[in-house]
Ligand binder design. Sequence first.
Ligand code: ATP
Ligand code: SF4
Ligand code: MG
Length: 324
Amino acid sequence: MLQVRGLTVRYRPEGRAEVAAVNQVDFSIASGEAVGLLGESGCGKTTLALSLLRLLPATACEVRGSIFFGKTELLGLGESELRRLRGAKISMIFQEPEISLNPVMRVGEQIAEVIRAHHPKGRQQCLDEVRALLDQLGFSDAHRIFNAYPHQLSGGQRQRAVIAQAIVCKPSLVIADEPTTALDPTVQSEILALFNDLKARFQTAFLFISHSPAILAKVVDRILVMYAGRIVEEAETTQILRHPLHPYTVGLLRCVFELGDEGAFRPRRVLPSIPGNPPGPTDLIHGCPFEPRCPERMEDCTAREPREVKLEDSRGVRCFKYGG
Ligand SMILES: Nc1ncnc2c1ncn2[C@@H]1O[C@H](COP(=O)(O)OP(=O)(O)OP(=O)(O)O)[C@@H](O)[C@H]1O
Ligand code: SF4
Ligand SMILES: [Mg+2]
């Protein structure tokens, strides 16, 4: 359904040096598939997501590659075609939920506006459809959410309203950028359960962005691991969790899970981090971008950047340990 090839995005912030935020990224998402995008802060996750909907800020000076959604090349679309697509075929749940909700409009009304933007239906019919959706999603407090202004809702209720807004036109792909990061653990679990329910019920495909492998493990079928703007590993979620290949993926998992006496990974109580920092956005990278932090670095790792090596079905890794 979605096929991204060689996607590269560069920013030129005013008065500062150019930043390569996304670099030669390839991936695809099948209909109904839930794919996770995992990586530390600043690795380019949001930039990648915004480029799929062509919502990059004006400082994005270069966008190269191709993004096919079905047979449509998104990088070739004009603004009116993009407006028809956004919200109807592909929708986005933004990292900051405030962006999605209008503070001076009741929640039910603004979800109904999304339907009206894409379908020639009357106001009352749209409102009825929103009520039905909130009921269908099993919100026990659906009536209150429908009539409230955003500031009258808790963080969890607001996030559920944003999710309802994203799926109300039944898009085939929903991009969710860190949708649970600002929530406490109990509400986080409720929202993850809601995503799983949506996947099963509407066969919606998801690109679910997170810096946490523990969160992704609960919702996605496949994980793309991103480092310094590149996809460095790609595999099914169970493969990544049981047998991560790239030293960066291993480091990320060790930050969240520890190996128990019984030989299985279990969640850690105290969270460490990978020593060192990712390359700065303007740093020139020679060789493997993870080399300065890699506990398994070899002499050749600075000679050139590793290419992606395709292993068994749907597995790919960029590390000289596996060829490249
Ligand atoms: N509007 C912008 N103008 C210039 N540079 C930007 C802009 N937005 C992001 N960047 C830079 O691009 C790089 C990738 O940023 P991005 O926000 O995509 O990362 P991220 O993985 O989503 O991080 P986080 O986990 O903190 O949300 C960073 O170096 C960031 O500083
Ligand atoms: S290519 Fe070398 S430095 Fe990079 S992750 Fe692999 S072993 Fe580490
Ligand atoms: Mg982000």
